[in-house]
Design a protein around this ligand. Structure first.
Ligand code: NAD
Length: 410
């Protein structure tokens, strides 16, 4: 355990002058020891069963002969409350195995989902999954800092991979994951569910059809207040497992929206980050990140995300001929969207909950029919590169010029 070094934990100034962001600059590449902060162990460990998890009354079974069997790695909130209950709606995907560090939880969940006892794996015996023909793909729903390690393990076992967002916490990790997929000749998909969600798909179509005219400004907001916790209690607050701030886990929706709504890649990025003083939640990460992206067309995107302000999940596109407002923009359910070109029209393009089965079936189709994955590892890498540029801009208080592939110029 390492004791905090006060000089490295100085508050970030939102309106920083040159060199006023030493803490974030140090974070960009330093280890816990160098930073003088307590880092949790970077390995998969079992967690208690979350409260009030819904369990299926009858196990959701494979619906087709060529249904793709998924092993779910990490039985936490998102897996148990959102994704696993939605397999019942997939036409070509089913749950074939679970992987957890909590055997008791694995048995309760395994029994409820019809997973045979010999398909309930631990983090220790995971490599045995290589011999298990019931499993075609591994779905990684672990804390983000573990995505690369478990993606590599899954490819080493000869399986395809669906990996939760963010793909990983650095572009170097993403590159390793892409290389591992290529070496294994297996598919790698990032679980960007909004690419299968009717409101976001319709918004993309509308923007390509110039429904608001020429896009001038995109604004995105992803905010909530994290409860009282330390990094050891909540992995999202831990630099090793969650990243440098709210951008990786929540603000990433704003980054994605800005790109798929504008249809462009930024040519420059300038950003600010803020870390409040003496708040145990933010001993390792920033509480707020604000970003300005400039696109080649002249459009700008203003992205704002935090773990310490009242909830918001919103995207607004303002063009020369109107405004598209999405709020909530990227929710699991209940998305809302208004197009105002003089008169406001409420759009209801479909049921948002189809996004979950949609992404599962997409990977299943990609595997069985050998088609390209819509939300590829390259897309995940691109976004992580942009996030690196955002944090670097905040740390060094400068505008970063970007290449079209998301790498930084110079
Ligand atoms: P969670 O804390 O509820 O669950 C994480 C699970 O990972 C734990 O229950 C545990 O089973 C396992 N785990 C293994 N090693 C661990 C460790 N060292 N520390 C903590 N847990 C460990 O988190 P979550 O909300 O389910 O998020 C998991 C992943 O899913 C993250 O990558 C997150 O970004 C992603 N996610 C995606 C969405 C989405 O809408 N696509 C929503 C929420 C979460």
């Amino acid at each position: 355990m390492v004791i905090a070094t006060p000089s490295r934990r100085d508050v970030l100034q939102f309106t920083a002058g040159a060199g006023a962001l030493p803490w974030l600059a140090a974070c960009a590449s330093a280890t816990g020891d160098e930073l003088g902060v307590e880092m949790p162990e970077l390995r998969a460990v079992g967690q208690p069963m979350p409260q009030g998890v819904p369990l299926p009354e009858t196990p959701p079974l494979a619906k087709s002969e060529d249904s793709v069997g998924f092993a779910i790695v990490g039985l936490g909130d998102y897996a148990l409350r959102q994704m696993m209950p939605r397999f019942v709606n997939a036409r070509r995907a089913h749950i074939a195995a679970v992987v957890t560090g909590n055997a008791e939880k694995g048995d309760i969940i395994g029994a409820a989902y019809g997973v045979p006892e010999d398909a309930r794996y631990s983090y220790e015996n995971f490599a045995e999954i290589a011999e298990d023909d019931r499993v075609d793909a591994v779905y990684i729903v672990l804390p983000s800092g573990l995505h690369m390690e478990w993606t590599e393990k899954a490819f080493a076992a000869g399986k395809h991979v669906l990996c939760e967002k963010p793909m990983a916490l650095s572009s170097a990790e993403c590159e390793r994951m892409i290389a591992a997929a290529e070496q294994a000749h297996r598919k790698l998909m990032i679980a960007y569910r909004c690419h299968f969600e009717p409101f976001n798909l319709r918004a993309m179509e509308l923007m390509r059809a110039q429904a608001v005219g020429d896009i001038r400004v995109i604004r995105t907001d992803q905010h909530y207040r994290a409860g009282p916790a330390t990094p050891a209690q909540n992995w999202r607050l831990s630099r090793a497992l969650g990243g440098q701030g709210p951008l990786e886990d929540y603000g990433i929706y704003g980054v994605q929206s800005a790109l798929y709504l504008s249809g462009e890649m930024p040519e420059s990025i300038v950003a600010r980050a803020y870390r409040p003083k003496d708040d145990p939640r933010f001993s390792e990460i920033a509480a707020y990140v604000g970003t300005l992206m400039q696109f080649p067309s002249g459009a700008v995107a203003q992205l704002s995300t935090s773990y310490d302000s009242a909830g918001s999940n919103r995207a607004v596109v303002r063009g020369t001929g109107g405004t598209l407002t999405m709020s909530p923009a990227t929710s699991y359910t209940g998305n809302r969207m208004t197009l105002d070109t003089g008169t406001a029209e409420i759009l209801e393009p479909g049921d948002p909950t189809v996004q979950f089965a949609g992404q599962l079936d997409h990977l299943a189709d990609a595997i069985r029919d050998d088609i390209a994955v819509r939300t590829s590892g390259e897309m995940g890498l691109r976004d992580v590169r942009l996030m690196e540029a955002i944090y670097l801009s905040a740390a060094e208080d400068r505008i970063i010029s970007m290449n079209p592939d998301g790498t930084m110029k110079g």
